[in-house]
Design a protein around this ligand. Structure first.
Ligand code: ARG
Length: 459
């Protein structure tokens, strides 16, 4: 029996310390559904190929149904001695149905089994993540729609640059998350390939029908090289890279929410249910959720580094190193899903404070570029216009007024071609409306983009 020694070859039982060190059951039991689905597909094929009998198949199916019921009800006893999810389930199956259970592992190794399990499990999680990304994009679109006409200072170098629509700003994140969704779908294609049939590393001498198993499991094809099938985890690394990027996008948004909610900006409020207080300072309301998301991004990027480093020194084919792929992968999935879910909800709890944003835009001379563009339209070369406006801004700063508050006569002192219509051009709304280029911040463009995204997400 396994709990004593692996086989007749071993003359002593495994050390307790080693047992604990090498066991993975307490985290990989999470793969149980995939493990059973893979076993059922494998057994079905073994019977179709007459490698096992129909009665054995029936016993295996009945036994695995029982194992499923036991795991679901919590009655299943996971044993450290049985090392991992695969051996735990197989041992219980054999206890329940005898020899048929022992025949299940024909033409299979835990090496191709575990690679299959991880892929099946990850495929399901990718689908869930896809739905969460849709929910988050929808929440951002709703917030954008409510704030198309709200004017936010657009920043470069965190210095006020030009006025932008708050809705436009939210749509920038919709673009990012839509690419994250695309990346996930692309990764899914490579995750969804079947390793089973590779056996330990070289394939097997049984006449397996791998295509049949792939079809049963809804996979897009079989891994075409047995050594590669059992040993590479590039699909998990790719997934974690895509997850890291999605988290980085959440993290950038988080950084902005934290800044915007601070008293120094005062651009937004986040609903109380998403904030926390302080145990000492009664006046505090803290944006813990975006702060934590920013922090958890480091953790996911760390998992990416962990997984890619795990792979780099491994000779072909399977090495036990690969057992270390699970915890980082599981934690990446959990962290990303929790984060996307909470953000999809929290974005609906954000209220904007348009007056504070507009005041900040004015303080920053955000329409200086509009004045320069105005002069260009009057015939000045852009570089000269740039210089003229710099003088105007310098004067406005010294008088502590906005450009639009300088009298016409003063403005004309900077350039004679300036006329009364300049005040429309330098208004925040005039500036916004003027940027009516595809992808620009003019409300007409923002509305068109919202409509495009809604159609895309519905399709
Ligand atoms: N628990 C192992 C893993 O996660 C399963 C494969 C073990 N194979 C082996 N030959 N020891 O990778």
């Amino acid at each position: 029996k396994k709990s004593e020694a692996w086989s007749a070859l071993f003359s002593e039982p495994m050390s307790e310390l080693v047992k604990r060190y090498t066991s993975s059951v307490f985290f990989d039991k999470r793969l149980w559904q995939a493990d059973i689905a893979g076993s059922l597909a494998h057994a079905d094929m073994l019977a179709a190929q007459k490698i096992i009998g129909a009665a054995d198949l029936a016993s295996i199916q009945k036994g695995l149904a029982q194992v499923t019921a036991e795991i679901e009800s919590g009655a299943f006893e996971w044993k450290l001695d049985l090392e991992d999810v695969h051996l735990n389930i197989e041992a219980r199956l054999t206890q329940l149905v005898g020899d048929a259970g022992k025949r299940l592992h024909t033409g299979r190794s835990r090496n191709d089994q575990v690679a299959t399990d991880v892929r099946l499990w990850l495929r399901g999680e990718i689908d869930g993540i896809g739905e969460l990304l849709v929910a988050l994009q929808t929440a951002l679109l709703d917030l954008a729609e409510k704030n198309v006409e709200v004017i936010l200072p657009g920043f470069t170098h965190l210095q006020v640059a030009q006025p932008v629509s708050f809705g436009h700003h939210m749509l920038a994140y919709v673009e990012m998350f839509s690419r994250d969704a695309e990346r996930m779908l692309d990764v899914r294609r490579r995750v969804n390939r079947l390793p089973l049939g590779a056996a330990a590393l070289a394939g097997t001498s049984y006449p397996l029908d791998r295509e049949r198993v792939a079809k049963t499991l809804g996979m897009e094809g079989v891994c075409q090289n047995s050594l590669d099938a059992v040993s590479d985890r590039d699909f998990a690394i790719e997934f974690t890279a895509a997850a890291s990027l999605a988290m980085v996008h959440v993290s950038r948004l988080s950084e902005e929410l934290v800044l915007w909610m601070s008293q120094s900006f005062g651009f937004i409020d986040i609903a109380d249910r998403f904030c926390t207080g302080s145990s000492i300072m009664p006046q505090k309301k803290n944006p813990d959720v975006p702060e934590l998301a920013r922090g958890k991004t480091g953790r996911v990027v760390g998992h990416l580094m962990g997984l890619i480093t795990l792979m780099k020194g491994q000779p072909l084919a399977y090495n036990k190193d690969n057992q270390e792929d699970k915890e980082p992968l599981f934690d990446t999935v959990d962290t990303l899903k929790d984060t996307l879910r909470i953000f999809a909800e929290m974005m609906g709890g954000i209220t904007t404070k348009p007056e504070a944003m507009e005041a900040a835009v004015r303080r920053g001379y955000a329409t200086a570029t509009d004045l320069a563009d105005y002069l260009v339209k009057k015939g000045l070369p852009f570089r000269d216009a740039h210089e003229v406006v710099a003088h105007a801004v310098k004067s406005a700063i010294s008088h502590q007024v906005d450009l639009s508050e300088l009298p016409l006569a003063v403005l004309q002192g900077f350039h004679p071609s300036i006329e009364k219509d300049v005040f429309d051009v330098m208004s925040l709304r005039g500036s916004l409306n003027a940027r009516n280029v595809l992808g620009g911040t003019a409300p007409a463009q923002v509305k068109a983009q919202i409509a495009r995204h809604r159609t895309r997400l519905a399709g």
